[in-house]
Ligand binder design. Structure first.
Ligand SMILES: *Cc1c(COP(=O)(O)O)cnc(C)c1O
Length: 343
């Protein structure tokens, strides 16, 4: 453990328990782990590697596909007919869920906060094309989605249908376990490459991804620290949510593990004007990564997290020789709106 607690003995059947979870295959794993040599040289002092979950081809990819393999399999095992989930109209999670529903012959209803956007672009365009039904809460409060999902499922059940609800952003214990598997996948790749990775860096929205990585990291004997940059909720609130999800995810594997909020390292300060609103730091990071590596980051998640990592590097706050940045995808958001933020 990085916090100095004695390391916990990992039950040998943990990975077996994970392997036995029902999975609906949607993507091909492992995703590539690639050195970003020109980017590393441009910033100096640290070797940056990208774990390319953006290259998951299914439904335009991204980290959400990992959780969906488990969630969709669970939905089908329960005989569900329709997936009900939600977030903002530009959600990667909703777009990936709509794709998963389509290829599994399930319906999909998306509950979005606020009102229908004026432009049908980016993820929202893909989500609509995939056949998902869109419902708007009319309330700009993001938690209105949670109430909307619940009410809609209730209504569908009343009509005799079998809905399967996936919480906002896909953040739930079962979905988080998809990211626990990703931690194992990276561990194996590092071992094959002889890469002693000290740090995993990612963008955090709802917290499910970070939570799953925490469970996996502890199970692997903590070979690295996991740090995220919040792009929506305030940094003080996020670790509580991550710890809760990690504890619940471990419980699904029969582990009586407790995660404390202090174990979830979450950096604030890079949300900019708000969730989904591109920041100048994200624009700089997107340009730098694009022009050194030809890799596209997105303005909502990965661009902001990379902006944060670059700033921490400049301030001398990254005491590692190598960092693996989780490229969690999200590129469709790059094509939403007028793109003036990049000008
Ligand atoms: C959802 C998302 C994240 C964050 O994942 P959470 O589990 O919601 O914290 C990071 N990057 C991208 C591109 C995403 O779509």
């Amino acid at each position: 453990m990085t916090n100095g607690k004695p390391s916990i003995k990992v039950p040998s059947n943990l990975w077996e328990a994970l392997a036995q979870l029902r999975r609906q295959p949607l993507a091909e794993f492992p995703t590539p782990l690639l050195p970003m040599r020109r980017l590393s040289r441009a910033i100096g002092g640290v070797d940056i590697w990208f774990k390319r979950d953006d290259l998951i081809s299914f439904g335009l990819g991204g980290n959400k596909v990992r959780g969906l393999e488990l969630l969709v399999a669970d939905a089908m095992a329960q005989g569900a007919e329709v997936l009900v989930t939600g977030a903002g109209a530009q959600s990667n999670h909703v777009r990936a869920t709509a794709a998963a529903a389509a290829c599994c012959g399930l319906g999909c209803i998306a509950v979005f906060w606020g009102d229908a956007p004026a432009r049908v672009d980016g993820n929202y365009r893909v989500t609509r094309m995939l056949g998902a039904e869109a419902v708007f809460t009319g309330d700009p409060d993001r938690t209105s989605v949670d109430r909307g999902i619940e009410a809609l499922c209730e209504e569908l059940r009343h009509k005799g249908q079998r809905p399967y609800s996936i919480p906002r952003g896909g953040a739930c214990a079962l979905g988080a376990l998809g990211h626990t598997l990703a931690a194992h996948e990276l561990f194996e790749q590092c071992r094959q490459l002889g890469l002693a990775t000290e740090s995993i860096v990612l963008a955090t929205g709802s917290g499910g991804t970070h939570a799953g990585w925490l469970v996996g990291t502890r199970a692997l004997g903590s070979p690295w620290t996991v740090e995220s940059f919040t792009v929506s909720r305030q940094a003080e609130a996020v670790p509580i949510e991550i710890a809760r999800l990690a504890t619940e995810a471990a419980a699904l594997l029969g582990l009586n593990w407790r995660f404390a909020p202090a174990e979830a390292i979450v950096h604030g300060g890079f949300i900019g004007a708000g969730y989904g609103i591109p920041s100048p730091e994200a624009a700089d990071a997107i340009r730098l990564v694009g022009r050194t590596e030809g890799v596209l980051l997105d303005p909502t998640y990965t661009g902001k997290a990379m902006g944060g990592l670059l700033e921490n590097l400049r301030r001398g706050l990254v005491p590692y020789r190598s960092v693996v940045f989780l490229h969690t995808g999200g590129e469709p958001a790059f094509f939403a709106g007028d793109g003036k933020w990049l000008a």
